[in-house]
Design a protein around this ligand. Sequence first.
Ligand SMILES: [Zn+2]
Length: 482
Amino acid sequence: MRILNIIFISIFVSIGLIINHAAAYDNASVFAPGMFTAKSIHSGKPTQTLINNVHIFDGKNEERIMNANVLIEGNTIKHVSQDPIVADGANIIDGGGRTLMPGMIDGHAHVMINADFGPVERDMDITDISYNAVIVAERFLMDGFTAVRDMGGPAFGLKRAIDSGKIVGPRLYPSGGFISQTSGHGDFRDRADPGFSIHDDGDLSNFERMGIGNVVDGVPEALKATRLNLRNGATQIKIMGGGGGSSRFDPIDTTQFSEDEICAIVEATKDWGTYVAAHTFTDRAVNRLLDCGVKTFEHGFFISEKTMKRIAKEGGYVVPQMWGISPDLAKNPLMPADKIPMVQALGKKFADFGRNLVKNKVKVVFASDYVGKFEDAERARRYELWWRTQTFDSNFEVLKQLTSVAGEMLAMSGPRNPYQEGKLGVIEEGAYADLLLVEGNPLKDITVIGGTDKWFDANPEWKPIDTIDLIMLNGAIYKNTL
Ligand SMILES: [Zn+2]
């Protein structure tokens, strides 16, 4: 359903956007190098920030902690209290009765697949998508997302640049190139392309050449691709376990990879202490993936309640981008007219997917997962925030998917988790200080964190979310309009 488009995003345009938007971050603090090890330069004493007079959504409980105060020390939350906190020398912020909530987490995004498929497949090289990714990363953070699990693409260098403070962006959990079988959801070769062999670089598609994906067949190739990603620093492995909408040669109902191949990938990943995520839609595929120990299921719209129960019982997660079943998808200008009835029928048929996941106690994580022009991905992300509240019937459920449940999922990377000092997605003592200060109450009104019912009809120009007044990542302030 992500349709080819041939509009080319010039890197010069991209650079212009960065310069234009820098002015939008009024009063943002200095983006200091080394932010992920932020410590005071004075005599070893960590810096403290005291945020007073806030109502806290802690990521887990529907009731906010009213009239509270939070002390941040270095990069973690030191103290949460409804009594006054005394902290001499702390930088003091008056929250003015706003909502303090954990930074949001996107459980499935593609920071490096940030232009339309046609150009990415045929006309772009790694520098094109890298320049775009700098903008993508910055806007994720400025939209209030402090962590992103990247589900396919060469995001390792981007992550290093963010972590070292060279550029601004969220914490990244990269999967590296997604792993697909021949004719699978990651096989983007066109009919005119030569056949691909992992042993012969001359046969690579542009997707594979840039490290967006790997096409492999048989256990040895599957293991090699898995281990290459792990060597590069993948925090989890992403495989294509079934058909999809954006790829040409794999009908959406197909099951992909044999049990031998999947189990080999899972074992090699477990040997590194982390887990496998799979793109999948059907019962047949999900059950095969569960048999091998795959932990997160991306999309999953067509699964039965029986399979949902099995996922819940085995501690798996479903990470669906709900816009995939939105009637508004038909408004995508790239949608061919003959596909619109099919898209609308699917949306109707699976309208209760979200409600059924909750009813069957499946852990669900937020996913924006739009592959294409990054401006369209940003609009899709804000639309997804609103659309989820309609499909899950609850702002609280969606907010948990964006915070505590997503944080739990990220922690499954175990020893491969790059951020192990504290929890993500919660406000509690010892958790990382990834925080948003929001004018209004997102438990009642999702628009205050950027949600909107406009999608393709929304203004394509990125603008800051005025009701997010303060963005803190790892104890450092990136936006402060107070
Ligand atoms: Zn995806």
